[in-house]
Ligand binder design. Structure first.
Ligand SMILES: CC(C)(COP(=O)(O)OP(=O)(O)OC[C@H]1O[C@@H](n2cnc3c(N)ncnc32)[C@H](O)[C@@H]1OP(=O)(O)O)[C@@H](O)C(=O)NCCC(=O)NCCS
Length: 150
């Protein structure tokens, strides 16, 4: 993902979310690009952006900061595929786990993460802006298996 993709990603992500306030802002993307985070877009065969994934390297872990799939492309396994790319990234960089935060009200995302082996490890109180006030974040984590070849 580059600066040039930001406008299309914003247009894709807002309608994909359960509520527009859940979507990342232009500033979020600009500062993430400046910070050098791992940022990828998934494109349709026609070149349209249908997915976005942002992650940050920690010392021994990867933090998933954002993942979204265009509304018309949902339910086809794209988010599952992007999460599999994160596992491969951890294996390539010898990182032991992936951490993320999710809104308790985001049923599709929680189902996705649970199905992919993420477990609840904590709660951050009033972490997210919500349509009315603020909403907690559930912290989830998945250990990454490392394979070695003799
Ligand atoms: C959450 C999101 C990324 C899922 O993307 P997706 O490409 O549609 O998900 P997939 O097709 O890869 O689904 C993989 C699994 O996740 C779960 N899942 C995904 N969407 C679901 C839904 N609406 N309801 C229940 N389970 C769901 C299922 O277990 C599914 O496996 P299955 O198809 O075998 O049942 C997508 O709904 C989205 O972009 N939401 C808005 C942005 C967002 O909330 N991001 C998360 C921020 S924490």
């Amino acid at each position: 993902m580059t600066q040039d993709d930001i406008a299309e990603v914003l247009q894709m992500e807002r309608p994909a979310c359960l509520h527009p306030v859940h979507a990342w802002s232009e500033d979020n993307y600009r500062s993430s690009l400046r910070s050098g985070y791992w940022m990828r877009v998934a494109c349709s065969p026609q070149g349209r952006i249908v997915g976005v994934c942002v992650a940050m390297f920690g010392v021994d872990e990867l933090h998933l900061l954002n993942i979204a799939v265009a509304r018309e492309a949902q339910g086809q396994g794209l988010a599952r595929w992007m999460l599999a790319q994160l596992i491969a990234l951890c294996q390539a960089h010898a990182l032991a786990s992936i951490w993320l935060e999710v809104r308790p009200s985001n049923t599709p995302a929680r189902a996705l993460y649970q199905a992919q082996g993420y477990v609840d490890v904590g709660v951050r109180k009033a972490y997210y802006p919500a349509p009315e006030g603020r909403e907690d974040a559930l912290v989830m984590k998945r250990e990454v298996d490392h394979v070695s070849m003799a």
